[in-house]
Design a binder for this molecule. Sequence first.
Ligand code: BES
Ligand code: ZN
Length: 456
Amino acid sequence: MSLDAVLKRIDETLPEATDRLLELLRIPSISTDPAYKGECDRAADWLVAELSALGFDAAKRPTPGHPMVVARSKGEGRHVLFYGHYDVQPVDPLSLWDRDPFDPEVQDTPRGKVIRGRGSSDDKGQLMTFVEACRAWKAETGKLPGNLTIFFEGEEESGSPSLIPFMRENADELKAEIALICDTGLFESTQPAIVTMLRGLLGEELTIRGASRDLHSGMYGGAAMNPIRVLSKIIAGLHDENGRITVPGFYDGVSELPDAVRAQWQNLAFDHAKFLGDVGLSEPAGEKDRTPLEMIWSRPTCDVNGIWGGYTGDGFKTVLPSEAHAKISFRLVGQQDPLAIRENFRAYVRSMLPADCTVEFHGHGAGPASQMEIGDPAFEQARGALTTEWGRAASYVGCGGSIPIAGYFKSILGMDAMLIGFGKDDDQIHSPNEKYDVESFHKGIRSWARILAALD
Ligand code: BES
Ligand code: ZN
């Protein structure tokens, strides 16, 4: 097999590969919104058709939620499973998009060509890097690379509710020697990276209730407790003056970085000022005496993702509302136990409730942090391949985001997972005007071809 020929074919067929990605991006597969259920189904069908045409034995697999796509190609070499997700985040606020999020296009920008549209970077563009590497390989050699299982999920952006049962029920079929996950980014947008640490995530929604109905704030103001005031005080109390989170027991299971990891991170020479400066900020807002890199990779957080209540429409209304709401999430590290934190958070909120106020909780996802083992030779083989492709040494890095399946590969299927992705910090994932650099797409495809050759 000639890797050079495969790489050349990838270069020559980039326009067609891009067109196929645009086709997938036109399907609005928003997993969290039931109105798009049919579209999620359509994205799964599209992938099954693509993979079948490439020679995979591919099928759409039903779940109580959105379908999975599982495809198999039995060849020689190590059995590798590739994971990506075809679902995307909602587009709102739609008014901040410069074009229809599901009418993607390739745009020329001062920083190079980009593919603009929802899901271009997270995660359709990324999962297609692998599919396109397989296509070029097959076209050049007559067969698909190695011994592959492809596993695409359609619920990653909405907490993966069907994932654990599906993995358990289909464990024999899904188990391979190693998993590849393409849902992360480059380090500082330029340097190839393999993610070894992911934070966990706990989501909590709460409603504080006071009076039995909304009141006139002139008639009752002063005498009646305002639930927004109660909620604000609860939220304000979640961090102390040093930026530490005050929920009792919150730091149980959080340990200091091993010296070797700390030294390796120092070598990465992360540009803290640029990281914050690029989004119009200058002061790190986390715990005092921690670097921003620690804050996003190895320290836990508490963030309010949404807060509402009372009158927020145009004009003004002197209302004393009967309810106040917030959505709060915690990013978790080390051995922090999401369920223990949920209980402790709820107890903290209850302890702050004044007379006449009640609280109702609604729990969202709860998953622990995960730490990858990197002893398998595949890690160094992939690192070598990435270094050659990008002309810069690939590094082991952390990631502040959460990808629930990474931990499940180990705990349910007993396999290590290697997280490699080509997203950039300015891709605006989950935000308006999401994009994926054509360079990420092109070199991403080339990277997988090189990695598959190195694993061969
Ligand atoms: N692709 C992201 C994970 C990610 C985030 C990688 C930031 C690199 C940088 C993934 O699709 C994602 O957004 N995950 C959610 C998980 C959640 C909805 C369970 C997250 O991290 O918020
Ligand atoms: Zn993603």
